[in-house]
Ligand binder design. Structure first.
Ligand SMILES: *Cc1c(COP(=O)(O)O)cnc(C)c1O
Length: 384
């Protein structure tokens, strides 16, 4: 994984000057900082960053420069990363399942906020986590899921307790003297504000059932990025709906709100430059990157169709587009993007295909399968 030190104008500038044979991930720090400010201005509470979506140090550093002071961390390694890069920043350990040694390490690192979604995991926390650290209360947030799920929001329902179980846990947390809070995560790339509305209403029911007033409600991540042409994320509509719903359902008992976006913060600050290896018999297109590389999540989340095609000279191909099957470079037949992608009729070997909005769950899940996946990192002033 190489880093190119020049700051380029945009992806076309990278292409004209480097003619890269391997995929290049380009990062626009100004875009990331602007997005961070949009969240901080618009979200009615504390904005924390879900580190797993892109844990690169430049990402964390630019978020800190923009004013982000809290992080959702899921492992001792992420806890250490943030401890090193952002000493003093809040670390919310919101992976609700942990081995005992991971709890030990996080306690030692001074973590003061935890989520939990089962009695067995709560017992593990009670056994090791103090109720306060340096005079400040330690927070435990039961994580709940909706009884009836809008399936598109739900990526496998791996986590989350039923509301009744969450209420029991909340009662136990408060009785033990921890700071009682609640959390949920609506699932990634959630474009419908109504999802948050349903969850926030159920949070209120859980509080009533437990007879506990919560300090904070963490509304999770899931905020969408810009993946499909013409479907720009309406973040402010989501922020407003979250604020309004919390005010309406909680009234005077309104908890402080927290969110933990990953994708919504980092995705649109990056573009992935791939190169056409072959246009096989004039139909399917083989790229030098695919689902084992920077495009790993497309089969699960859907295509990014915010795609630009440039000639090796860096000129855009503007002709009519038609649907093509896109394969990645490995010898595995699952290395294929879902469905078809509209690409210019004249696309040719040696052209570059730029995927915009590719900063989340891309560099971090890249593999070196089959000897591919060597990714060059470059910095740009702008992405288009
Ligand atoms: C992954 C994750 C997030 C971030 O999800 P995005 O869809 O990237 O915003 C937030 N919270 C929790 C608990 C997560 O597991």
């Amino acid at each position: 994984m190489g880093h190119n030190k020049t700051v380029w104008d945009n992806p076309a500038d990278v292409i004209r000057n480097l003619q890269p044979e391997n995929p290049v991930i380009v990062f626009a720090p100004t875009v990331l900082q602007e997005r961070a400010r949009r969240f901080m201005d618009g979200f009615p509470g504390l904005v924390t960053y879900a580190v797993k979506s892109n844990p690169e140090e430049v990402v964390v550093q630019n978020l800190l420069s923009a004013g982000i002071r809290g992080f959702d961390v899921a492992s001792p390694a992420e806890i250490d990363l943030i401890g090193r890069l952002a000493p003093g920043a809040a670390r919310h350990y919101h992976n609700p399942v942990r081995a005992s040694f991971e709890i030990t390490q996080a306690v030692r690192a001074g973590v003061r906020a935890w989520s939990v979604d089962s009695d067995s995991e709560l017992a593990k926390l009670f056994a090791q986590v103090p109720v306060e650290i340096d005079g400040k209360g330690v927070e435990i947030s039961p994580r709940f899921k909706l009884p009836v799920l809008g399936a598109i929001y739900d990526f496998g329902s791996k986590f989350g307790a039923a509301p009744e179980a969450a209420a029991e846990m909340l009662k136990a947390v408060a009785a033990r003297g921890y700071v009682p809070s609640l959390t949920f995560h609506p699932g990634t790339q959630c474009v419908d504000p109504a999802a948050w509305e349903s969850y926030i209403s159920v949070a209120r029911d859980i509080c009533d059932q437990a007879g506990v007033k919560i300090r904070r409600l963490n509304v999770g991540g899931g905020f969408p990025s810009y993946r499909v042409v013409g479907v720009e994320p309406e973040l402010e509509a989501i922020f407003d709906r979250i604020g309004e719903t919390a005010r309406t359902v909680f009234g005077d008992d309104k908890p402080e709100l927290v969110c933990e976006p990953g994708r919504g913060l980092c995705a649109d600050a990056f573009s992935l430059i791939t190169r056409v290896k072959a246009v096989r018999d004039g139909s399917s297109v083989f790229l030098n990157d695919g689902v084992y590389g920077g495009l790993a999540e497309l089969p699960v989340v859907g295509n990014i169709d915010r795609v630009q095609v440039l000639t090796p000279a860096g000129e855009p191909r503007e002709d009519e587009r038609s649907g093509r099957i896109i394969f990645g470079p490995t010898c595995d037949s699952v290395d294929r993007l879902p469905g078809e992608l509209g690409l210019p009729e004249t696309i040719a070997e040696g052209d570059y295909v730029i995927f915009h909005g590719a900063g989340a769950y891309s560099t971090v899940t890249n593999t070196r399968f089959n000897g591919f996946g060597e990714l060059l990192h470059a910095t740009v002033m702008a992405l288009e």
